[in-house]
Design a protein around this ligand. Structure first.
Ligand code: GMT
Length: 375
């Protein structure tokens, strides 16, 4: 198949999934054309069958704001016609599904199909804004195929947008050959962070309010009073200053490490013991899946698609949003019981291998494409 993929190319789970899917499809012999405003950050080296087409937004004095959605639609038309694409797969509905709809109306190649993958706040937050809602609903309904990354997100889409269209749940995935515990025997990083053998808790996100990173700090504050430990905060975003302020207020500056954006996430996860994800809203929780793949039990809130990922009392624990006492209790339960910790760690890895490995999920996308093309 000849597939065009559009996604947000910067840090973020939807861009990660889109890129990893494209890479895997290319390995399986499909021709993949990424269409976006920048090179997706996980597309780091040359892969046969993958092409990147940059969307340039023209500036003109009359345009006070860049017309990205239109520039994207124009590029989609150009690539669909010139490369004779079979389908366009857009990740994150706004504005990609709308640009794709527009492109489809204009292209000469009338066989072109569109599929949209819903990822999270495109449905649960931004898409619900009154100015966007009719456009998002229309664009989803006009897609030839729609997928959602969890059952939760599918239900939300149906109820919030009164959509009757078939939505195919295809969960996120991870490459378990890349995301696996690497040997930490000689790990200088762990020795540096925890020189006295302290336990390490970790959280990675884009530090938006929806992630409730301050809850991770409050959980850690309780834990470190009982078990010598450190907290690694990976990523950056609007709430980072507030988190640094809270860390100072709680006198935790020595034990909470802000690492900022990092590429070597596998090494960081492999050096850590527990993954914290106390989000207010999370349609899937790709960061938690990557941690589970590295054998980390997950302590999460019970929102969105997280309970579909983190099996409570098997590979982690889920708690009500904001219940930091319970999250701390669960964390301590695992950190003070080596046998239980080992079972949970193994369960986390096994669940990833059995349910969310790329070898299981990518064929689901291929089948989804086939179904659309046969329509
Ligand atoms: O929806 C967002 O906030 C952004 C999006 C992204 O691009 O990172 O995240 C969503 O998609 C991820 C990949 O499918 C999911 O793992 C995240 O749970 C989801 N975020 C939210 O629902 C808040």
């Amino acid at each position: 198949m000849k597939i065009g993929i559009t996604c947000y190319p910067t840090y973020g789970g939807s861009g990660v999934i889109a890129t990893e899917l494209g890479k895997e499809l290319a390995l399986r012999g499909h021709e993949v054309h990424f269409i976006s405003y920048a090179l997706p950050f996980r597309l780091t080296k040359y892969v046969e069958n993958i092409f990147f087409h940059e969307v340039e937004t023209s500036t003109y004095p009359v345009f006070e704001f860049p017309l990205y959605s239109l520039s994207l639609a124009s590029k989609m038309i150009e690539i669909a016609e010139f490369e004779n694409l079979d389908l366009l797969h857009v990740h994150y509905a706004i504005p990609h599904a709308t640009s794709a709809y527009l492109a489809k109306q204009i292209v000469k190649n009338k066989k072109l199909k569109i599929t949209t993958t819903l990822h999270g706040t495109d449905i649960t937050l931004v898409g619900l804004e009154p100015s966007f809602l009719p456009l998002v609903k229309f664009s989803i309904e006009q897609s030839d195929g729609v997928t959602a990354v969890s059952r939760f997100l599918k239900e939300k889409t149906i109820t919030n947008y009164s959509i009757e269209k078939e939505i195919n749940v295809i969960p996120n995935f991870v490459d378990t050959e890349v995301f696996k515990k690497v040997s930490i025997n000689d790990c200088a990083f762990r020795k540096h962070i925890a020189p006295n053998g302290e336990k390490i808790l970790v959280h990675t996100s884009n530090f938006r309010p929806v992630k409730r990173v301050t809850d991770a700090i409050r959980v850690f504050n309780i834990v470190q009073k009982e078990v010598p430990s450190k907290l690694l905060l990976v990523g950056d975003g609007p709430d980072r200053s507030e988190c640094e302020r809270l860390t100072r207020e709680l006198n935790l500056t020595e034990s909470v490490k802000f690492l900022g954006k990092q590429d070597g996430i596998v090494e960081i996860l492999s050096s850590s013991d527990i993954f914290l994800i106390p989000s207010q809203s999370e349609s899937f929780g790709l960061a938690a899946l990557e941690a589970m793949a590295c054998g980390l039990p997950v302590i999460s809130s019970s929102v969105g698609g997280l309970p579909e990922l983190v099996k409570h009392n098997e590979c982690g624990f889920i708690s009500e949003i904001g219940d930091v006492d319970r999250m701390a209790k669960y964390t301590l339960d695992l950190l003070t019981n080596d046998k239980k910790y080992e079972i949970f760690s193994q369960n986390a890895r096994s669940r990833t291998l059995n349910k969310f490995d790329k070898s299981i999920i990518v064929p689901m996308y291929e089948q989804h494409y086939k179904n659309i093309l046969d329509q």
